[in-house]
Design a protein around this ligand. Structure first.
Ligand code: TRP
Length: 430
């Protein structure tokens, strides 16, 4: 038995803002931790094509790309362990976007939450339903589907608001596979309800749209000032205070150990002054952030180094994306013409113009494939596989490695020579 191939996790971060403590607790920290697991292969990317959908300020996109990349690296992301890249460095992503566009129902996109919300807002205001709605916003889910499907992703950790996009990506993959054969992996959302939403300065969810954030790498004294501004009630020093519902307490909890949290709960009950509680919170956060802050500023001072890291990440990503995209293009019929048999002029036109693998299920419940040549002559018959995925993997191996991948997986039919097989299989290789 070979060891099971690692589960592929993928996450994109839209490059429109400056990372804040909420992003750190909800996304950066858990992702960096997950990237150290040996049974996981992680893909993290800067979704700058997505950023264009909501931001038309070039300088801000560039600055945000720099800040987000520096934040992830400062927080401990190891670009040797993971694949860390910028979306716009991977031309296969917009290429796949088009193939997926052609298998996505327009009606499905009409129902996407973000687009629908924009339309509803226009209608409520008595405007044209599509006023100020770009086709980019409409196509957002397809671009996201391409991000995910290009890297054969199994799991996508997302907030609940993104669950619909994952459903759509699955639909696109299913439709594509149904039409063109099993090529795309169906991804699953990992909805992280357990990751508590961090409250912001005003007690609502920390979010740039509420202007209540604490930037992750703001200078130390600035962080102290911001923390001093977290809303509290008007209870005086000595009066017992409620831990439940206290934004200050919840933020503390996101950084502290269980014992530390209990100690603060006790201090609340004993009437700690708000000023002292804020000082405790500041010190606790600073203890975790200070070493990262130093790395962050060193990285920010050296954008060339970050660029080099992203370029290396793009090479690593494209080493997989380029051959896979070639396979996907071929599957839909975007093919070189010289792979066609020279018999094009013959009277008896070939039924299937190109060689093809056909997958099917037998009454025994197992999954099989066969290979036929351009004249629909049967060349290969596979063994039975437990799942369509295993059958697809065997097909992929044959397409890539030719006859070497044959033993134990499929058998040539009587009268079919090795040379013939090699020639037909070469059609599928690059
Ligand atoms: N839509 C995601 C967000 O707003 C960002 C994103 C783009 C993404 N492509 C992705 C997330 C692919 C996960 C997978 O947060």
């Amino acid at each position: 038995m070979t060891s099971p191939s690692p589960t592929r996790f993928l996450t994109g971060i839209t490059t429109t803002g400056t990372p804040h403590l909420g992003n750190f607790v909800g996304s950066i920290r858990p992702s960096v931790q997950a990237s150290f697991r040996d049974d996981v292969r992680s893909f993290y990317f800067l979704a700058d094509y997505h950023a264009l959908i909501k931001c038309d300020e070039p300088a801000r996109i560039q600055q945000s790309t720099l800040e987000i990349a520096a934040s992830w690296l400062a927080a401990g992301l190891d670009p040797e362990r993971v694949t860390f890249y910028r979306q716009s460095d991977i031309p296969e992503i917009p290429e796949l976007t088009w193939l997926l566009t052609c298998v996505t129902g327009k009606g499905v996109l009409n129902r996407a939450h973000a687009y629908k919300a924009a339309v509803d807002k226009n209608e409520a205001a008595g405007n044209d339903p599509d006023a100020d709605v770009t086709a980019g916003l409409f196509m957002y889910p397809v671009l996201m589907g391409a991000d995910i499907l290009l890297f054969k992703t199994h799991k996508v950790p997302v907030g609940r608001d993104q669950a619909q996009h994952l459903e759509m990506a699955r639909d696109m993959a299913q439709r594509y596979n149904h039409l063109y054969g099993e090529h795309l992996v169906l991804p699953e959302a990992v909805i992280e309800d357990s990751v508590a939403l961090l409250p912001g300065l005003d007690g609502r969810k920390m979010s740039k749209s509420y202007d209540n954030t604490i930037p992750l790498f703001t200078p130390r004294e600035q962080m102290r000032k911001l923390i001093a501004g977290i809303v509290t009630d008007s209870r005086a020093p000595g009066e017992p205070k409620e831990a439940e519902g206290s934004a200050l307490f919840q933020i503390y909890q996101a950084f502290a150990s269980a014992e530390e949290t209990e100690a603060l709960r006790k201090a609340y009950a004993e009437g700690i002054a708000w000023g002292d509680a804020k000082q405790m919170l500041f010190e606790r956060i600073d203890r975790e952030i200070a070493p990262m802050r130093e790395r962050y500023h060193a990285l920010m001072a050296d954008p060339g180094r970050i660029e080099a890291i992203l370029q290396a990440g793009a090479r690593k990503a494209r080493a997989e994306a380029t051959p896979f995209m070639a396979e996907l293009r071929r599957a839909v019929g975007l093919r070189k013409l010289d792979s066609l048999p020279a018999a094009a002029g013959k009277a008896k036109a070939a039924k299937s113009a190109t060689p093809a693998f056909k997958q099917y299920r037998e009454k025994d419940g197992l999954f099989y494939f066969k290979l036929q040549d351009a004249d629909a002559r049967l060349l290969l018959q596979s063994r039975g596989f437990e799942s369509p995925r295993e059958a697809a993997l065997a097909i992929a191996a044959l397409q890539k490695d030719g006859l070497e991948a044959l033993p134990g997986q499929a058998q040539a039919l009587p009268g079919v020579t090795e040379d013939e097989l090699t020639a037909v299989l070469r059609f599928f290789a690059d």
